[in-house]
Design a protein around this ligand. Sequence first.
Ligand SMILES: Cc1cc2nc3c(=O)[nH]c(=O)nc-3n(C[C@H](O)[C@H](O)[C@H](O)COP(=O)(O)OP(=O)(O)OC[C@H]3O[C@@H](n4cnc5c(N)ncnc54)[C@H](O)[C@@H]3O)c2cc1C
Length: 457
Amino acid sequence: MEAMPISDKSRRTGDTTDKSRRTGDTTDKSRRTGDTTDNSNSPIDVLVIGGGPAGLMAADQLSAAGLRVRLAERMGSCGRKFLIAGKGGLNLTHAEPEPAFSSRYFSEADAVRKWLLDFSPTDLRDFAASLGIETMVGTSGRVFPADLKAAPMMRRWLQKLRNVGVQFHYHHRCVGLSKTGGDDATWSAQFQIDDGVETIELQARAVVLALGGGSWAKLGSDGSWQTWLQALGIQLEPLQPSNCGFEVNWSHAMHKHFGAPIKPVGARMSERPSAEAKRGELMISEYGIEGGLIYALSHALRTQITAHGSANLVLDLAPDQSMEQLQLGFERARAGLSMSEKLKRVAHLSAAKSALVFENWPQRSSADHAALADRVKNLIISFKQARNIDEAISTAGGICISGLDVKLMASLHPGLFFAGEMLNWDAPTGGYLLSACFASGHCAAMGVQEYLNNANV
Ligand SMILES: Cc1cc2nc3c(=O)[nH]c(=O)nc-3n(C[C@H](O)[C@H](O)[C@H](O)COP(=O)(O)OP(=O)(O)OC[C@H]3O[C@@H](n4cnc5c(N)ncnc54)[C@H](O)[C@@H]3O)c2cc1C
């Protein structure tokens, strides 16, 4: 395939002017940040925007296919969210087999399954191994780097990409896209440099957007792309918090339990005893409830809040005892024991768990043992809203997959591809988030290759 040289406009506004040299690779700053911009009028095939796992995977595959790739990133370095994930051990993927694996992606299971066919969890582990990062499967089936660190993998990956000639443009914040020409269209991306002090344009035959979701904005992904992509006619659902805490208006009595763990605990979305219950850990926080168990239920809670204005979560504070065992234990307890004592000695509840019972049962009666056992086994907490998006582990919503072809190219805009968390899919934690980001980056890269081959320019 013949590569198209950079256009005059991009030369004017891109990397060969004084201005771009200031923002490109000749300054001290760019040397500091590892910016590898080439000042020559080098031909450019693909512009990948966003240097998280999805964008880096697209750049990796495209450069391996011999294409000239530029990667623009608004921050001074790549993969900041990936590196934060490393603080929790970096759960790269999961050993769960298909079809269970892709069923984790709710309504987008079919779409994600297609991406995973070409870049499976095993491929992801092989890819890590190719960078010298061995992985291991934990007892829960979660897959981690053997040393539980993210930085070595990111460091080696970036080095590999630099070695194969991917040009990195740091401190480039994309603020819009436009297209010129017909069949052999050229995409122009507008960037604010150095926090908006200057604006430049980079051009390419195809663009992969991998701009992330909308949480933890300080790491780079702030969801501001929603505005300019909507202006291009791209269909999207507003970003929403996922794998997040939910708000509860606690009474003063709960304040001393902020930060206290609630474990073990069962949780289900319905009062029906037969409803599927998950077991895990929660934490009482100043704003409400957080922790792994509620993150796992965040999709279901959010769906109920959207449909009904609120969602009820049913907690089982003594998951190792049956209702009957508890009731009998309360009845047999020594006369005169306070309710707190009964909860502690019979149900083995911590002070924080007991406080939850009291909080949710203002008209309590310690003589009604059946009711007490029921409160312990079926404690209902009502939520009206999720915690704000910036604190969420991930975001749902984003670019509608139905508006893209199977290789993630916008149906309305040939040559424009999407990957990663900015796509409208949702999944629980457990390695499913990164798996979909890597696999969609891989899928978009395959789409770009097909597109450029067919365009034959
Ligand atoms: C605390 C925490 C822990 C996590 N742990 C795990 C885990 O263990 N396992 C797991 O599977 N997932 C985990 N995740 C989720 C996972 O990190 C994300 O789903 C993943 O990083 C998303 O990848 P991405 O490439 O789509 O987006 P990001 O990683 O968000 O990367 C997008 C990039 O685009 C850049 N960008 C954004 N807008 C612009 C713009 N306008 N112009 C130029 N550049 C832009 C950003 O600066 C960023 O570098 C965790 C998330 C958090 C917050």
